[in-house]
Ligand binder design. Structure first.
Ligand SMILES: C=C(C)C(=O)SCCNC(=O)CCNC(=O)[C@H](O)C(C)(C)COP(=O)(O)OP(=O)(O)OC[C@H]1O[C@@H](n2cnc3c(N)ncnc32)[C@H](O)[C@@H]1OP(=O)(O)O
Length: 295
């Protein structure tokens, strides 16, 4: 028992991310501190405290179809924001017409079975789901196929009121390959996931919210601002504890209830090895705002 507590405590120390956070105010963007030598994406930092990393998929002519080059840039940008101690949360967005219209059909049309197997096609997309910091998908327009799967790899989905989600791979003679049959089913249940995957029919933003796929629907032109505000709100808390909390929620999708409850309990116990847990509770008792140090 003591050993397990120690493992979790040391893990808590290992994932330490120091960052100065600022209170939530208006949304502000700046690209000055980020690398913008990208071909398929744009990156910037946003928020009053410049602690929200924003990645915009930027391949408008192909409705942000997720070609290899785009996915490689996305992975790199996610890794950069993950390592950046000033960043508390990441927003991933696209254009007003398309978050992403799926994997690039023209790029994969000539793929053979042996190439897919030997290259483990689409495996590198999992970088998104492996990211330790919270990622908010801000979805306007089409999120289809790999686009819907990409949104579901994020932690929270905010949808613009014209967003459309779907898994249309069946119409191409294939099936979802990056989580569409798995993550979607866990979120919306078998009947709806089966209907979407077997027909290729899209659902709108309101229905996505009703089903729990999106947590909020906002007017399209306010979407990015709302997503950044959410990132800023998350950033007012300890980055360290946010990371542990994200891991605990994600564990609910990976394991049995009993194992998940055990993981949660031990992670909860591990927070008692952190300075931020002590500070959070002390600040409450002293009726003052907490000053987290991510330790
Ligand atoms: C993980 C896997 C296996 C997958 O994701 S498979 C792909 C799943 N996604 C899809 O099947 C959606 C494919 N796209 C579409 O059905 C239609 O483009 C939409 C989204 C309904 C939009 O329709 P429209 O508004 O009429 O735009 P449309 O003219 O089709 O698209 C604009 C351009 O983007 C291109 N494009 C759109 N989606 C694309 C995709 N997934 N891959 C490659 N190119 C794509 C399209 O070919 C066109 O290019 P061009 O102007 O050179 O002809």
């Amino acid at each position: 028992m003591a050993n397990i507590a120690k493992i979790f405590a040391s893990r808590a120390q290992c994932v330490l991310q120091a960052a100065a956070r600022q209170p939530q105010v208006a949304t502000r963007f700046s690209s000055s501190s980020t690398n913008n030598n990208w071909e398929y994406i744009k990156t910037e930092v946003a928020g009053e405290g410049k602690n929200v990393g924003v990645i915009t998929l930027n391949r408008p002519k192909a409705l942000n179809a997720l070609c290899n080059g785009l996915m490689k840039e996305l992975s790199t940008a996610l890794q950069q924001f993950s390592k950046d101690k000033t960043i508390s949360a990441i927003v991933l967005t696209g254009s007003e017409k398309a978050f992403a219209a799926g994997a690039d059909i023209k790029e994969m049309v000539g793929n053979t079975y042996s190439q897919c197997i030997q290259g483990n096609f689409l495996n590198d997309w999992t970088e998104v789901a492996r990211t330790q910091k919270p990622i908010i998908a801000a979805v306007n327009g089409y999120a289809l196929g790999g686009g819907c799967e990409l949104a579901m790899m994020c932690d929270i989905i905010y949808a613009g009121d014209k967003a459309k989600f779907g898994q249309p791979e069946i119409a191409l003679g294939t099936i979802p390959g990056a989580g569409g049959t798995q993550r979607l089913t866990r979120v919306v249940g078998k009947s709806k996931a089966m209907e979407m995957c077997l027909t290729g029919n899209m659902i709108g933003a309101q229905e996505a919210e009703k089903l729990g796929l999106a947590s909020k629907v906002v007017p399209a032109d306010q979407l990015l601002g709302e997503a950044v505000k959410l990132g800023e709100k998350i950033g007012t808390h300890s980055n360290l504890i946010v990371q542990l909390c994200k891991e605990a929620v994600n564990t609910a999708y990976e394991t049995t209830l009993q194992e998940g409850l055990k993981f949660e309990r031990r992670t909860f116990h591990a927070t008692f090895s952190t300075a931020d847990r002590k500070e959070g509770m002390t600040a409450f008792a002293e009726k003052r705002p907490a000053k987290f140090t991510n330790e």
